[in-house]
Every structure is written in structure tokens, then in C-alpha cells.
Design a protein around this ligand. Structure first.
Ligand SMILES: Cc1cc2nc3c(=O)[nH]c(=O)nc-3n(C[C@H](O)[C@H](O)[C@H](O)COP(=O)(O)O)c2cc1C
Ligand code: SF4
Length: 500
């Protein structure tokens, strides 16, 4: 086992996590609209559990019965048995702890109308507080290790925290008033679950919308949460209705605008682009004497990168959603010192698009037609019958790569492309599914030298030897013959996610 802070245990109000990796909540759209745990949900979370993250946060589940698409529920005692079985099975097979994320959302209509915080009466607000308390209590009865209150993104509690909340009464307009409902919900949940049951809160470190709050406010929000005895604080970003893009006849999906990009940063964002939020918040609450663990999330791809965040003291825990969807064994592989066999998320957001369209959420890297991640304990690496024969050539402002098919005793899962710019060390550039053996590198700058090699990987993540390295001196502004159209980049040549 490697000695890494990432893999050190941490105890959160009695909940003993074996490592500092948190699977953050990720809606699967595997449940029906009835809200019960079904076989597919069960399989999804058992698969995550086998990978042994320190904590599994089960996707958002409604504290109330309002209509929605497929969504788990914790709004009635009738949901307890299914959730109890799920929590028990996870505990039976894995050291992972498991908590549900509980959510309240306001009404939205296909016409584009949506209920606002200012539309809620005092009685509506009271019912939200009661519903949260009851759902938190059910989480405890169901045998979960704690409960996470969803106060992020486009949902009710986040909308109260928002700088856009201009309610003219004691629940809006000023920072203190915006925090009131949060405080009442936390107090109610604590009353219902007792002192010895972990309560976490997830909220936006920045709203990422015009006239939304920034880390300057979220420091104060987090400090208040810590003062109110919250046991961990999970920092997300954006995901708001205010900048969502309206599709005719469809309800607004709060991750379609810029704030959605910031919530689930795509391939074009730098790794760890939201870490600064956790860093600012953690620094602030620590300076006030609170040590409430802070989780940072957003495009944290590798154990080394995660470790560097912890070592720098920027966060206490590492949250990951898509990296664990792409490879649920991420933690197990890190523990074995085999990070080189992790199947890496390419952050093309096919999973996010599926969620947006109320379709079953899967990872585009998984074998076609599968709704659960593959499992393999094979240790035979793929091979190149002909050395891979990697070719690379500049064409129309891009570098086009192609290579031969690799073979494996099991199944070739994908190909990973490594790149060096101007003879600097190689890094993982991206990956493509095994159906394609081409890649168009569109992030190239004229005048620079690019070197590439490719490795094939199988279902277990075993990597083949590298192909030979090819070097391209990329010319500035390759002139096209006048009037000749730019050759099309066919789907699948640039990224597997473009195919969707
Ligand atoms: C398909 C999908 C569903 C998500 N559902 C939730 C959710 O239910 N609750 C939540 O707080 N965040 C949700 N998220 C956000 C993730 O928890 C996470 O914050 C985000 O994906 C960025 O982290 P990552 O780069 O590790 O994926 C979802 C993300 C995805 C891709
Ligand atoms: S679908 Fe794309 S973004 Fe989502 S987990 Fe898979 S590789 Fe990552």
C-alpha cells in the first residue's frame, strides 16, 4: 500500500472513513419515478462500493413527494426498506461508508415557468424544514452512516442562499437572511438525528452566474455551517437555472449554461479548476478555529493530483464523480500502487448529457450497451502485433494520428494517447474507445514540436507497451489551396464523447 495522505483514514463525527476519497452524488436515472431502490440502482452502488472509496454519497433523493423525472426518494417511511438493504449490502462487501444526499426542489414546467423562492409562503418554508428533518431521520433509521443536505446548484436551499434571493422578508436579500433557512434546516435535522450522526452539507463555493455570490460569501456560509455543527462541507460550483439554455417544450436543465460547465468541467477546463473555492473556504474557517473537513470536487483525475491538493492543505477530502464512474476501482488501484491501470475519464460529459435528457447515466467508455462499469481481474496486458505503427501528420491546422489494432486475451477497451510538447515530459492527453484508432489533435500551435505515443488498455486497465514515438514539427498556418474546403473531422476522430 502506498503512503499517501489520500489513503489515510479520517473520522467524521464517529464515521470512520478508510481513505479521503468521496464519491460525490451523481444522479443515475436508474430509478423509476416511483423513487424506490431497484436492482440497477443496487448494482450501481455495489459496483462503486467494491472500489472502496472512503465515502459514497448516494445520488440526490427527494425529501418531498413533488413530481419529477426518475429520482430516488426519502420522503416516506415506505422507502426505508429498500434503502436499508442497499446500505447494509454496501457495508457487507466494502469498508466504504455510505450517506444519502437529500434534496428539495421547486416546481418547474415545460413552458419555462419555474417557482421562485419569493413564491413560497411561510407555511411552505415550514414544510421544507419538516421534510428535511424527517428525511434525515429516515436516513439514520435506514442504516446509513450519515446524511448530506443538498444546498448546491439549482435547488431550493441553494436558491435561498443565492445572492439573487431578494425575498423582502427575513428569508432574503441580506446575507444573514439568506442563511436563515439553511440554519433552520440544519438545526431541525440535528434535532431529528441526534448529535452522534454525521450531517454533511453540499453547497456552491461560487454560483458562477451574473450577480451570483462568489467565494467571498461562501466563506461566510461555510463558517456558519461549521458553527452550526455540520460535520463536513462539500464544495461544488454553479449548476444554476439562471443561465440555463431553454429547449422548446423541455423543462429547464440547470447545467446547460456556463454555470453548468463550471459544475461539471469538461475537457477544455484545467484539472482542479474549482479547488480555489475549497482552498479559500477551508483557509477561512480554519482561521476562525473550525476544523470541519472540506471536500473539493471538479475534474480531479489522478491520485497524484489529488494528493498534491491535500499536501498543499487546500482541502481535507477529495470529491470525485465522473472519474469514479469511468473507473469505480480508482481507489483500489491507487491503494495497490497501480494508478497506471486507472481507466481515465476524458471529461467529454456524455454522462451529463444523458442526465440532461433523463436517460440512464452510463460512461461512454464502458463497453457498448452496458449500464454498469465492467469488472475484470485480468493481469495480461494488451500487445501490438505490428508494434502499433503509429502515424501522425499535420493537416488543416490539426495533427491527425492513426495506429494499428492491438490485441488482448480479454478485450481491448480503449487507446490512450500521450503527448509531449517541445520535448517536455509526456503526459496523458486523452483516450478513445477501442472502436476508433484515429485521433485528431486540435490543440496544437504552429511552430511547436509534438511527440506522441499510444498505449492500448484492456477492461482491467492493463496497458500495452507504448507504440513507437512519432514527432511532428507543426508548421505555422499551413496554407490550404485557395477555395479548397477544410477536410471534415469525422466523429470519433477527436474524442469518444463527440460521437454521442
Ligand atoms: C451525471 C451527473 C449527475 C450528477 N448528479 C449530482 C447530484 O445528484 N448531486 C450533486 O450534488 N451533484 C451531482 N453531480 C455533480 C457531481 O457530484 C460533481 O460535483 C461534478 O461532476 C464535478 O466533479 P467530477 O469532475 O469529479 O465529475 C452530478 C454530475 C454528473 C456528471
Ligand atoms: S461519459 Fe465521459 S465525462 Fe462521463 S465519466 Fe465517462 S469519460 Fe467521464
Amino acid at each position: 500500500m502506498l503512503s499517501m495522505r489520500l489513503l489515510e483514514p479520517i473520522t467524521i463525527n464517529g464515521m470512520e472513513m478508510q481513505n479521503r476519497v468521496v464519491l460525490t452524488a451523481m444522479v443515475t436515472r436508474l430509478s423509476g419515478a416511483d423513487g424506490f431502490v431497484n436492482e440497477n440502482i443496487r448494482e450501481r452502488y455495489l459496483r462503486f462500493a467494491r472500489g472502496e472509496p472512503g465515502l459514497i454519497v448516494v445520488e440526490a433523493m427527494g425529501v418531498h413527494a413533488a413530481k419529477s423525472g426518475p429520482l430516488l426518494r426519502l420522503s416516506d417511511d415506505k422507502f426505508i426498506p429498500g434503502l436499508r438493504d442497499l446500505a447494509k449490502e454496501v457495508h457487507d462487501i466494502s469498508p466504504s461508508k455510505i450517506v444519502p444526499q437529500i434534496i428539495h426542489f421547486l416546481k418547474i414546467a415545460r413552458s419555462g415557468w419555474r417557482q421562485r423562492v419569493r413564491d413560497l409562503t411561510k407555511e411552505d418554508i415550514r414544510l421544507i424544514i419538516v421534510a428535511y428533518g424527517d428525511a434525515a431521520h429516515r436516513a439514520r433509521v435506514a442504516g446509513f452512516d450519515g446524511v448530506e443536505l443538498h444546498m448546491a446548484h439549482a435547488y431550493t436551499l441553494s436558491s435561498f442562499l443565492s445572492l439573487r434571493n431578494k425575498r423582502p422578508d427575513e428569508y432574503g436579500a441580506s446575507l444573514e437572511n439568506r442563511m436563515r433557512l439553511m440554519g433552520e434546516v440544519i438545526a431541525r435535522c440535528r434535532e431529528k438525528v441526534g448529535e452522534d450522526f454525521p450531517i454533511g452539507v453540499r453547497f456552491d463555493g461560487e454560483e458562477c452566474i451574473k450577480n451570483g455570490y462568489t467565494v467571498e460569501d461562501s466563506k461566510e456560509l461555510a463558517l456558519r455551517m461549521a458553527m452550526l455543527g455540520v460535520n463536513y462541507i462539500s464544495i461544488s460550483a454553479g449548476g444554476k437555472f439562471e443561465d440555463a439554455i431553454k429547449k422548446e417544450g423541455e423543462p429547464l436543465y440547470p447545467y446547460t449554461g456556463y454555470s453548468g460547465d463550471r459544475c461539471m468541467p469538461s475537457a477544455t477546463y484545467p484539472a482542479g479548476d474549482n479547488v480555489y473555492l475549497a482552498e479559500g473556504i477551508k483557509g477561512y474557517i480554519n482561521s476562525k478555529g473550525y476544523t470541519t473537513p472540506v471536500i473539493t470536487t471538479g475534474k480531479i483525475p489522478t491520485p497524484d493530483f489529488a494528493e498534491s491538493i491535500l499536501q498543499a492543505g487546500k482541502a481535507d477530502l477529495i470529491g470525485m464523480a465522473r472519474a469514479l464512474l469511468a473507473d469505480p476501482d480508482w481507489v483500489k488501484k491507487a491503494k495497490k500502487g497501480r494508478a497506471d491501470t486507472i481507466i481515465r475519464c476524458v471529461y467529454g460529459n456524455v454522462c451529463k448529457n444523458l442526465d440532461e435528457n433523463f436517460k440512464t447515466v452510463f460512461c461512454t467508455l464502458w463497453p457498448r450497451g452496458k449500464i454498469q462499469a465492467p469488472t475484470s481481474s485480468d493481469d495480461v496486458a494488451p500487445e501490438w502485433p505490428n508494434g502499433g505503427r503509429l502515424e501522425a501528420r499535420p493537416e488543416a491546422g490539426r495533427i491527425l494520428l492513426s495506429w494499428d489494432e492491438a490485441t488482448d486475451n480479454e478485450e481491448i477497451y480503449g487507446y490512450e494517447i500521450f503527448r509531449s510538447r517541445n520535448d517536455e515530459p509526456f503526459d496523458h492527453h486523452t483516450a478513445v474507445r477501442s472502436v476508433t484508432r484515429k485521433f485528431a489533435d486540435t490543440r496544437v500551435v504552429g511552430g511547436d514540436r509534438y511527440s506522441y505515443y499510444v498505449k492500448a488498455y484492456d477492461l482491467a486497465g492493463n496497458r500495452s507497451p507504448a507504440t513507437q514515438t512519432v514527432v511532428v514539427d507543426f508548421p505555422i498556418g499551413v496554407p490550404l489551396p485557395v477555395g479548397e474546403p477544410l477536410p471534415e473531422i469525422r466523429c470519433g476522430e477527436s474524442s469518444p464523447d463527440d460521437e454521442e
